[in-house]
Design a binder for this molecule. Structure first.
Ligand SMILES: [Zn+2]
Length: 198
């Protein structure tokens, strides 16, 4: 889900499309009905959990908070997919900024989010911005301080991070997040990590 970019299906007006893709969030009633159906069929054999990935921004926190209160979720990935409603994959976010500016703004937003929002399980693909960085990999030394502060907050809150395996598909040289970030997480005492695929 990506509030600020996408809308809910019940928003009251027609959903816009980007090519074939509806700019809509998960259809929550359908999703939870399906989870219930699968629990009914397989519940005796496997535990089926309900989880969502939130593409969060500071100004969309209230929309996520309302969602968390409305629906029972077992697992939430907090991700930063866009900042100021500008997407990374389209370069809208990076276009009028220097590499230093967009990296600082990206990690700054992430730091504000983990300080402000505790409704999540793991922090997703922490250096996602690398995937869409046409200027190459921004040195770890330059983000080390803010990344460390983000990780300390995540650990102190009893949350985890996600190792996103998509770096192989995208042909990146490093993991997502990078080995530097993973090492720092473990050095700081982080213990909770999970694998993600998209
Ligand atoms: Zn994501």
């Amino acid at each position: 889900m990506d509030y600020g970019i996408k809308e809910d299906w019940d928003c009251g007006h027609p959903i816009a499309y980007r090519g074939e893709e509806p700019l809509a969030n998960v259809d929550y009633p359908r999703y939870f009905a399906k989870i219930e159906e699968l629990r009914h069929i397989y519940g005796g054999r496997i535990a089926i959990k309900a989880g969502l990935e939130f593409g969060m921004q500071m100004h969309t926190i209230p929309q996520y908070r309302a969602l968390v209160e409305k629906y029972p979720l077992d697992f939430i990935i907090l991700s930063v997919h866009q900042v100021e409603d500008q997407e990374f994959w389209t370069q809208d976010f990076q276009r009028n900024r220097s590499q230093q500016e967009y990296n600082e703004r990206y990690y700054g937003e992430m730091f504000d989010l983990v300080k402000s929002c505790k409704d999540y399980s793991v922090l997703g693909h922490m250096d996602l911005i690398v995937r869409y960085d046409e200027k190459g990999v921004y040195p770890f030394e330059k983000i080390e301080e803010v990344v460390s502060e983000i990780l300390k907050t995540v650990i102190a809150d009893g949350k985890g991070i996600e190792l996103n395996t998509s770096y192989r598909r995208y042909g990146l040289k490093d993991t997502t997040p990078s080995m530097d970030i993973l090492k720092r997480y473990w050095q700081l005492g982080g213990e909770i990590s999970c694998f993600g695929f998209v």
